[in-house]
Ligand binder design. Structure first.
Ligand code: ZN
Ligand code: ZN
Length: 181
């Protein structure tokens, strides 16, 4: 994967895995392909479980509202993954940066490195607030807990979908109606 300067694909991949968790390892690998990763991962029996752990760790970033604490968690993740840049030119792809060593190729490790760096790029270039849970789920009883990665121009995306935005709008309308009489 060539991380673009905004880290967009890696953070969208993380959100996709969080919002629609694959049933098995093959499903995770297929998802990495969908988001542009071309790495071949050596198979390990624990991969499915360990990638779930990577996503759960990433959700602690999503759920940390304080920007400084959010940065601390991401810095900690990048340090744990040794996710500093290395120049590489495998498969005639041209010289590009990897954020892991060549011998750290397991599926969980590569995802941990690429997702933590991608998320750090995303929040540092687009804005610390552009990663959150769907605002519809803030209403007690609402079932949505989807992650929203805001890559819009104006940076005001609060809902994961039109459906959730509409449901919240209907609730606001009803609440006003009750208040009015
Ligand atoms: Zn590469
Ligand atoms: Zn939603």
């Amino acid at each position: 994967m060539h991380l673009n300067p905004y880290g967009e694909y890696a953070v969208l991949l993380a959100a996709s895995l969080a919002n629609d968790w694959p049933a098995d390892r093959a499903g995770i690998v297929a998802r990495t392909r969908d988001f542009g990763m071309t790495v071949d991962f050596p198979a390990a029996s624990e991969d499915h479980l360990r990638v779930r752990g990577v996503i759960d760790d990433w959700l602690t970033v999503v759920d940390e509202p304080d920007p400084h604490r959010r940065a601390d968690i991401l810095n900690d993740h990048m340090a744990t993954a040794s996710a500093y840049p290395r120049l590489t030119d495998h498969h005639d792809e041209g010289w590009h940066l990897h954020y892991r060593s060549d011998d750290a190729r397991s599926l969980p490790h590569v995802l941990f490195a690429v997702i933590s760096v991608g998320t750090a790029l995303h929040v540092s270039t687009r804005g610390m607030h552009r990663l959150r849970r769907c605002a519809a789920g803030e209403t007690p009883g609402d079932p949505c807990s989807a992650v929203v990665v805001d890559i819009t121009r104006n940076g005001r995306q609060r809902y994961c979908s039109v459906r959730c935005a509409n449901r919240a709008a209907v609730r606001r309308h009803r609440a006003r109606g009750t208040a009015d009489g």
